[in-house]
Design a protein around this ligand. Structure first.
Ligand code: HEM
Length: 404
């Protein structure tokens, strides 16, 4: 085993862009709970096994509140954000977390998302039309993987089309590991200012979007303050497009490197088979590469060790999702694997991804539509020349140059 307190995030192996850092496997086998050193010198615990990860994420004695001492913030920018007075649901514990989540969940149910299908198909088809008309080569991220989820979440919230460029730029700065705290805060403040104005306009003239509905049913009743509504909107906008963008672009690359399985996703008439392929892509890639952060509020025993109150914990779900105790031959990409259910790509417990039904539907529609439209789709660069996002909280590709 290498050094006793490794730096976190751990490095991926050269030439294995789809695999998590190989050190996770050794840790799962020999030291499922170790201390790691993060950017600010703190040494939180790293929990690498699937069952232990679920135990942490399901245990209310682990807090998601970044203002608590010992919380392992993924970047300096997030640490600064964590000190703000007003926090949206992802940075709150129950009961406040549950109170906020209840106000949103109705818009993200399987049924509500299923009703969005025709509109999602239209957004996808329009983007593919544009890509086809412009002709090859193109950058798949810019032409498709970025605008698709971005248009979807903007439309759902009610962000006007002309403002999309602003929030894409700002969100990119916020999730970069390389942004300085000043850049992060400036980006956040810009987004907050823009959303504050937008909320005032919705208040004056509500539409049928989510922001308008929150203004009418929650802001006017006092259940949400203007500042908390802004925080909520920032959380949804940032969480709602960066993750899906990365999953879509990187997942396409995985499929291009596995042509037999790509052919199934492209040609299958069975939505269940496509859905299962999407789950496997989520498990296999687990793009939240900084893991999920918590801090213990009481002494808790995990993996036979005592985590003391005030100590930070990082749960790299990419490691749990490659745990051979749960997933057979876990490093194999297999869209037909029977054990894919129960993967942790959307987290686990009370904070499990609010947007998971939306993300699933977007991906289930987008991969086949893209592959059917361009049956000859291929990358123009070998993997070693593709810029993978080692510098971001959500893993993916900066660009994906393709032709067809
Ligand atoms: C939470 C992943 C798409 C909104 C989470 C968590 C994960 C995750 C791992 C749990 C974080 C934790 O426990 O600390 C993903 C992935 C996505 C995706 C991999 C796409 C492939 C979306 C979308 C939305 C969204 C489209 C849009 C609404 C949220 C919110 C939370 C969350 C609001 C916080 C929930 C809470 O604290 O109760 N996501 N997400 N996500 N996600 Fe997603």
């Amino acid at each position: 085993m290498p050094q006793t307190t490794p730096d976190f995030p751990l490095d991926r192996a050269p030439g294995c862009p789809f695999d998590p850092p190989p050190h996770y496997a050794a840790l799962r086998a020999q030291a499922p709970l170790v201390r790691v050193r993060i950017w600010d010198g703190q040494t939180p615990w790293l929990v690498t096994r699937y069952e232990d990860q679920r135990a942490v994420l399901a245990d209310p004695r682990f807090s998601a509140d970044p203002s608590k001492p010992g919380f392992p913030a993924p970047t300096e920018g997030f640490a600064a954000q964590g000190r703000q007075e007003v926090q949206a649901l992802s940075m709150q514990d129950d009961p406040e977390h549950a109170r906020q989540r209840r106000m949103l969940i109705g818009r993200f149910t399987v049924k509500q998302i299923a009703a969005m299908t025709p509109r999602l198909e239209q957004i996808i088809d329009d983007l593919l039309d544009r890509m086809e008309a412009a002709g090859p080569p193109t950058d798949l991220v810019e032409a498709f993987a970025l605008p698709m989820p971005s248009l979807v979440i903007s439309e759902l919230l009610g962000v006007p089309r002309q403002d999309h460029a602003l929030f894409q730029r700002v969100a990119g700065t916020m999730i970069s590991r390389e942004s300085t705290v000043r850049e992060f805060t400036a980006a956040r403040d810009e987004l907050a200012g823009f959303l504050g104005d937008l909320i005032r306009r919705k208040d004056a003239d509500p539409g049928d979007d989510l922001l308008s509905s929150l203004v009418v049913t929650r802001l006017r009743t006092g259940e949400l303050t203007p500042a908390l509504l802004v925080e909520t909107a920032i959380t949804l906008l940032v969480a709602g497009h960066e993750t899906t963008t990365n999953q879509l672009a990187l997942g396409t690359l995985v499929l291009l490197r596995n042509p037999d399985q790509l052919a199934v996703v492209r040609d299958s008439d069975d939505p269940a088979r496509v859905a299962s392929a999407v789950e496997e892509l989520l498990r296999y890639l687990s793009i939240t590469q900084n893991g999920l952060s918590r801090v213990a509020t009481e002494d808790v025993e995990i993996a036979g060790r005592l985590i003391r109150a005030g100590e930070g914990v990082i749960v790299p779900n990419a490691s749990g999702n490659r745990d051979a105790a749960v997933f057979r031959d876990p490093d194999r990409f297999d869209i037909d694997r029977p054990d894919v259910r129960g993967h942790l790509a959307f987290g686990y417990g009370v904070h499990q991804c609010l947007g998971q039904n939306l993300a699933r539907k977007e991906l289930q529609l987008a991969y086949p539509a893209l592959l059917r439209r361009f049956p000859g789709l291929r990358t123009t660069l070998p993997d070693e020349d593709i810029r993978f996002k080692h510098d971001m909280i959500a893993y993916g590709v900066h660009e994906l140059p393709v032709t067809w």
